[in-house]
Each structure stands twice: as structure tokens, then as C-alpha cells.
Design a protein around this ligand. Structure first.
Ligand code: CUA
Length: 360
């Protein structure tokens, strides 16, 4: 599969592409219509009222300044207003559709850096300047940058979004055609900006499953996040399944997507950017009922590591004690127990007590 080298107009390969093209065509036709009418009238009047020898102009500028007609003014204000409002409302509806990923979207992480795109699938597969996705599935990209502002653009899907350092942006689409399509960086980001390109491969479901399995040797991204979580000692304070989940830091089960009440009385939605900030700048938002214990992990975690940690926290989908029925990629939440000395010891005691009781 090779992306086509030159095309005047990209293929329409996503569910939204037809709508974007229709709006675009409407705007081009309106512009063309008025451009032609104006050009025609300029030429027509220039010829009709051209200067002829022997004819004196009858126009008296001083008398004609205030000529106007209320009806005419209203008409040529109202018509353009109506036309531009059609464009506005139409554009807004497409914009809203494009900026709200459906809840059933498959998630993929994208990291931009000068000058490449790094892609991380939840199941573990990684790729550079390539993006393999299945056809007819809603795909949501969560994106960040390691350095400067980039913009992830897939012309064939008619969608793009800025990729910013230090925060997460999203972009979603549903591919409707198999094949290979261009990825461009659509924001000038340095000398090799034009080389920051890639290819998205849209595969049928069966091919995709095979492809994904081949690249998932390192385990799912949530599992990798869990190792990082343990490695950094996060579990020393953030208990999950021990001690009722109460440690020096807040319990992270069910955190993602929930509303968090903060010490200062405000609240915040626990999204990717909040989790990231809480790791790198823990003092920024202290959770109600907790103290300012946590040190910053700035400089200890790469952007890719951060995505893994976030994936792990997301996989802790449920509150403490609830049955574990979270989405694929979910990992056991009990792995932090060994690092949490006191509660783990307590649990061990109660287990060993049972045989003793049985002996009596
Ligand atoms: Cu990255 Cu332009």
C-alpha cells in the first residue's frame, strides 16, 4: 500500500469527509457566483458608460451624496447575512461533530516531536510515522508534543488538530475506505516541518487484529504503565486494593473521568491533562482531605511514560470494592500491595490466622 504522490483533491475516506466537502463546495459556489456577477457588471458598465467624444457628463456630485433607498439597503444587508449564517451554522455543526469523540471510540496515543510522529496503541504496539487502524471503527487520538506546536492532519479524513507540549488534545474519525493515506504536520515547527509526514493504513478488521497482535510483545500500555507506577513508587501513597484504598495520597480507582473536589473548594474533571499536571506539578491542585505531600516527578517521566501512566490510571476504571469489569487493557489493581507495607502485613496476618483457628 503506497500513498498516492500527487492529487489535486484528497480522497474522501472518513465518515465526516462528505459533509466537509459539501460545505466546502457550497462556499466555493457562493464565492464563484458573486465573483462572476461582480466581474461581469464591472466590464458591462465600463463599456456601457464609457466616455464618448461630444457627450458631457450629467452627474452632479454635490447633489447626489445622500441618494439611497431603505429597501435596497435592507436587501443587500439581509441576503449576505442569511448566506453567511448558513455557512456559520453548517460549519458549527460539523465542528461540533468533529470535536466530540463518540463514547465507543478506540483510543490511540500520538506524540509529536521534531520531526516525527510516535504512535502508541493501547494493546502495546508502537509505530513511528505510521498509523494502522481498522476500517469502520471510531478512532480517537489523544495527542501531545515533546517540544513545540505541531498539528496532526489527515487530509483524506478531513480532520486535524493542534498538538501541544504540556497538554492533551484529541481528534477522532471513522475511516470508511481501506488503503494508505497521508499524514501531515500542518503547523510550521522548524526546519524539517515539511518532512514531518507519515502514512495512515486503514485495514479490514481481520488484518488489523493480526497486525496488532504482532506488535504487542511488550504488553498493553496500561500494563507498561503499571510497571512504571511501581518503579516510581507511586503505590507507596496511592493504595488501590489495600487498606480500603486509603493512603497518604488519594485512591486512584475510578479516578479517570470523575469529578474531583479540591482543597480550595473548587472541583476539576479528572482528564488526561489533570493527571499529567498532578504528577508533574502536584501542588497545583490538592485534593480535598489530603495534604501537600507529593514531590514532583518532573524530569523523571518522558511524555511516552506519562501516556503509559495515564493509561494505567484509566484502566483502574472502578471505585474500590466494585467488580472488575473494565475495558480491555485493564490490569489487576492489586499490584501495589507489596509496596504498601502496613496494610499488606495486616492482610497476611488475617490469612495465616485461619488455619490456626481451624486447628482448635
Ligand atoms: Cu511538526 Cu510541523
Amino acid at each position: 500500500m503506497q500513498a498516492k504522490s500527487f492529487q489535486l483533491f484528497p480522497e474522501a475516506a472518513s465518515s465526516i469527509a462528505g459533509q466537509v466537502d459539501a460545505l466546502y463546495a457550497f462556499m466555493v459556489l457562493i464565492s464563484a457566483f458573486f465573483s462572476l456577477i461582480i466581474a461581469f457588471l464591472i466590464i458591462f458598465f465600463a463599456i456601457k458608460y464609457r466616455h464618448r467624444p461630444g457627450i458631457k457628463p450629467t452627474f452632479k456630485p454635490a447633489d447626489d451624496h445622500s441618494i439611497g433607498g431603505m429597501v435596497l439597503e435592507i436587501v443587500w444587508t439581509a441576503i449576505p447575512l442569511a448566506i453567511s449564517m448558513v455557512m456559520f451554522v453548517w460549519g458549527v455543526s460539523i465542528y461540533f461533530t468533529e470535536s466530540r469523540p463518540p463514547a465507543d471510540s478506540m483510543e490511540i496515543y500520538v506524540t509529536g516531536k521534531q520531526w516525527m510522529w510516535k504512535v502508541q496503541h493501547m494493546e502495546g504496539a508502537r509505530e513511528i510515522n505510521e498509523l494502522h487502524i481498522p476500517i469502520n471503527r471510531n478512532i480517537k487520538l489523544t495527542m501531545t508534543s515533546e517540544d513545540v506546536l505541531h498539528d496532526f492532519f489527515i487530509p483524506a479524513f478531513r480532520t486535524k488538530a493542534d498538538v501541544l507540549p504540556g497538554k492533551y488534545t484529541t481528534e477522532w474519525f471513522r475511516p470508511t475506505q481501506t488503503g494508505a493515506f497521508h499524514i501531515f504536520c500542518a503547523e510550521y515547527c522548524g526546519t524539517k516541518h515539511s518532512g514531518m509526514i507519515g502514512t495512515v493504513y486503514v485495514m479490514n478488521e481481520a488484518d488489523y487484529t493480526v497486525w496488532l497482535a504482532a506488535g504487542s510483545g511488550e504488553g498493553s500500555i496500561a500494563e507498561q504503565g503499571q510497571s512504571l507506577f511501581n518503579q516510581l513508587g507511586c503505590g507507596n501513597c496511592h493504595y488501590s486494593n489495600v487498606n480500603n484504598g486509603i493512603g497518604r495520597g488519594p485512591n486512584l480507582n475510578g479516578l479517570y473521568g470523575s469529578k474531583v473536589d479540591l482543597k480550595d473548594g473548587t472541583s476539576v474533571k479528572a482528564d488526561e491533562s489533570y493527571i499529567r499536571e498532578s504528577v508533574l506539578n502536584p501542588q497545583a491542585k490538592i485534593v480535598a482531605g489530603f495534604d501537600d505531600y507529593m514531590p514532583t516527578f518532573k524530569g523523571q517521566i518522558s511524555d511516552e511514560g506519562m501516556l503509559k501512566l495515564i493509561a494505567y490510571v484509566k484502566s483502574l476504571g472502578l471505585k474500590y470494592g466494585a467488580p472488575n469489569t473494565a475495558t480491555p487493557g485493564t490490569v489487576s489493581t492489586s499490584a501495589t500491595a507489596p509496596t504498601a507495607g502496613r496494610p499488606a502485613a495486616k492482610a497476611a496476618t488475617s490469612v495465616s490466622a485461619t488455619p490456626v483457628a481451624g486447628n482448635k
